[in-house]
Design a protein around this ligand. Structure first.
Ligand SMILES: NC(=O)c1ccc[n+]([C@@H]2O[C@H](COP(=O)([O-])OP(=O)(O)OC[C@H]3O[C@@H](n4cnc5c(N)ncnc54)[C@H](O)[C@@H]3O)[C@@H](O)[C@H]2O)c1
Length: 340
């Protein structure tokens, strides 16, 4: 075999959920280019999760075959327990193994809390949080069985979380933020539990130009809108996420239990919640009045200070400016819903 034909993922078998579009598509194509055989999973739904189109996954499979790679399509929904089992089974039945699982699928149903519906919340959590759990659960069972049978190969599980659930929350994103924060938490738990089976578990927190990022709620302008000049470096191309996922999927990568924020060619180790300065009392509990005194003096982070994305996009900084901006976003959301 010629040197240039060798890929960093030769011999690896991968599964990418939500691989028909956006970041997942880029990941599936790149993993295949690096030599992995890839299950391209995508039921081809609309951004809100409605509808279905089996040609979406099939066309990515065709692209991979055109570039000389091996792939098969799956249109299972990760939100379904049995669908997720069948999805993991697809790789194993076809190629006899599974080394890399990328939980990437998501839907979005933005809306403010005062008008959110139970159905909207459930739909988002079902794909992002429960879907990641479902696929990870079936993969973990398979990997445990292989490990206990004496097969100690490296396995890599890569979750996909979001700045919206971590460092830069947005209004109108209750379900999406909650689901993504949950995925980041699950990443650490699964890294701890699965290490003994040779499974590394990490997550990426992407920023890329896709249909999801171009249509932010309530007309919030997207950072990813600018189209680069032909041939110029494109920081919002999903290829940057794909390269990081390929790195995490390589059998000689040591990382586990990490969340990596990926913005173009910048990769940022990301820590979620951390503890601030404690207030303590020796050998006794607090009274409410005492707490009011000490916590009244303690340094807290105002939630407005966490709005890094909105503050950058709208160039607002004072408390009043931020409150006015939030009011306009929330009013626009209510107006869109026919409320106000
Ligand atoms: N684009 C960004 O800047 C950005 C930022 C933060 C996080 N993310 C995350 O990156 C991931 C990819 O998002 P994207 O921007 O490429 O979105 P996208 O809408 O372009 O692609 C998501 C894909 O997931 C598929 N999908 C939806 N429900 C599914 C289900 N039940 N089972 C399997 N597949 C399903 C859709 O059909 C779609 O093709 C998501 O997890 C998203 O939360 C993206």
């Amino acid at each position: 075999m010629k040197e240039e034909m060798m890929g960093s993922l030769d011999g690896r078998i991968a599964l990418v959920t939500g691989a028909g579009r956006g970041i997942g598509r880029a990941e599936a194509l790149y993993l295949a280019r690096e030599g992995a055989r890839v299950v391209v999973n995508d039921p081809g739904v609309a951004p809100d999760g409605s509808g279905a189109d089996s040609s979406i996954a099939a066309s990515v499979v065709a692209e991979i075959r055109d570039q000389g790679g091996e792939a098969i399509a799956s249109t299972h929904s990760v939100a379904e327990w049995q669908g997720a089992e069948a999805l993991v089974g697809t790789a194993v039945e076809r190629w006899g193994d599974l080394h890399i699982v990328v939980n990437n699928a998501a839907v979005s149903r933005p809306g403010s809390l005062v008008r959110a519906t139970e159905d909207d919340f459930d739909a988002v959590v079902a794909v992002k949080l429960k879907g990641s759990f479902n696929v990870s659960r079936w993969a973990a069972e398979y990997w445990r069985g292989r490990h206990e049978a004496g097969d100690h190969q490296d396995r890599s599980l890569v979750n996909t979380t979001s700045t919206a659930g971590l460092d830069s929350p947005l209004p109108l994103n209750t379900s999406y933020a909650a689901a993504n924060a949950g995925v980041a938490a699950m990443t650490i738990v699964h890294a701890l539990e699965l290490r003994r089976y040779g499974v590394r578990v990490n997550a990426i927190s992407p920023g890329a130009r896709t249909r999801l990022s171009l249509e932010l709620p309530a007309g919030v302008p997207s950072l990813t809108q600018a189209t680069p000049a032909p041939g110029a470096f494109d920081p919002w191309d999903p290829i940057h996420q794909a390269v990081v996922v390929a790195y995490l999927g390589r059998s000689d990568t040591p990382l586990t239990g990490q969340v990596l924020t990926v913005r173009g060619s910048t990769v940022i180790p990301t820590n979620t919640w951390s503890l601030g300065a404690p207030v303590t009392k020796e050998d006794a509990g607090w009274t409410v009045d005492e707490l009011a005194d000490v916590l009244g003096e303690a340094p807290f982070t105002d939630p407005f200070d966490r709005l890094t994305f909105l503050r950058r996009v709208y160039d607002v900084s004072t408390h009043d400016e931020i409150q006015r901006l939030l009011d306009s976003i929330l009013d626009a959301d209510l107006a869109e819903a026919g409320g106000v």
